[in-house]
Design a protein around this ligand. Sequence first.
Ligand code: NAD
Ligand code: UDP
Length: 309
Amino acid sequence: MRNLVTGGSGFLGSHLVDELMDKGEKVIILDNFFTGNNLNNSRWLNNKNFELIKHDIIQPITLEVDRIWHLACPASPVFYQKDPIKTAKTSFLGTLNMLGLAKKMNAKFLLASTSEVYGDPEVNPQSEDYKGSVNPIGIRACYDEGKRIAETLTFDYERMHGIDIRVMRIFNTYGPRMLSNDGRVVSNFIVQALKKQDLTIYGDGMQTRSFCYVDDLIDGMMKLMNSNFLGPVNIGNPEEFTIKQLAKIIINKINPELKVVYKKLPADDPMQRKPDIGVAQRELGWEPKIKIDEGLNKTINYFQNILKK
Ligand code: NAD
Ligand code: UDP
C-alpha cells in the first residue's frame, strides 16, 4: 500500500505515520511545517519506505498513491486563527486538490474532519445526524466552515466521481507531540503546571469537552479506513469534563499548590461537547480504551522530558 499522509509531521499525522510504517507500508508525507515538525518523523527519515515532501497542499501535486489520509490543517484555535484566510484556503483548496489526486489515482480518501462542524451545539451529546450550529462570520468560522465545505466536497466527489471516501469527525484529542505552545487546553494546562505557573481558565470554566488519548484515536482512524463505512463518524472519548475539573485533575497530578486564574472567554467558544459514539461502536467495533488518568500521565511524562531539553 502506498499511503499519502497530508499533515504527517503534525501531532496526529506523525502518530498515524508511525502506525503505518510499523506495519511495513509505504508512506509519503506532504507537510508545509506550519505546525508540524520533521523531528516527529525522525525515526523514519532514512527508511526506504518513507518519503517526506515539503509542500503546501494549496498547490496541486501528482503522486502515485493508493490511499490518502488527509489531515493537513492547523487544529489549535491559536494557530488556525493566526491567518484565517490561509486556514480557509487549506480546508477548501487543499481538500479539493487532494480529492482531485484521489480521483486521478483512484485512491481511497479519508478526511480528518472535526466536532467543530457542530459549532456551539444545542444538543449534548452530538450524534452524526445533528446538523450543527456554526457562526459563519465568527473567528472560528475559517476552521469550522472550512471543515464543513471539506466534508461537502468529499461527499460530492463520492456522488459525482465514485471516490471511495471516509469522513471522520475527530473530537478533542491529546497526547505526546502536541506543541508546548500549541494553545489547546490539555497542553496549556500541563505546560503551565510544570512551569509552576497559574493555569489559565477561559470564562468560568463550566464549558465542557471530552478528551480522547491519541492512541485510541489512531486506532479509530485505521478501523474507519479499513471498513466499508463512508461516514461521517464521530471518533472521540465520551467521558465529559468541565474545564475547571480538568484543571483540578492536572493540578492534583503535578502540584496541588498551584492556582487557577480566570481569563476572558474567546468568542464563539462552544459551551458543551461530547461525542455520541454509537455509530463507531456499531459500524467499526471501536471505542476508546484509555482513561483520562492514564492518558494524562503519559502526556505529562512527555512534556516533562521536552521541557528538560
Ligand atoms: P497539527 O496542527 O499538529 O497538524 C497539522 C499538520 O498539517 C501540521 O504538520 C501542519 O504543518 C500541516 N499543515 C497545515 N496546513 C498545511 C498546508 N496548507 N499544507 C501542508 N501541510 C499543512 O494538528 P493535529 O491535531 O495533528 O490535527 C490533524 C488533523 O486532525 C487536522 O485536520 C485537524 O483539523 C483534525 N482534528 C484534530 C483534532 C485534535 O484534537 N487533535 C480535533 C479535531 C480535528
Ligand atoms: N481553554 C482554557 N484555557 C486554556 C486553553 C483553553 O480554559 O489555556 C478552554 C477553551 O476556552 C475551550 C476549552 O478549553 O473552552 C478547549 O479549548 P481548546 O483550544 O483545547 O479546544 P477547542 O475549543 O477547539 O475544543
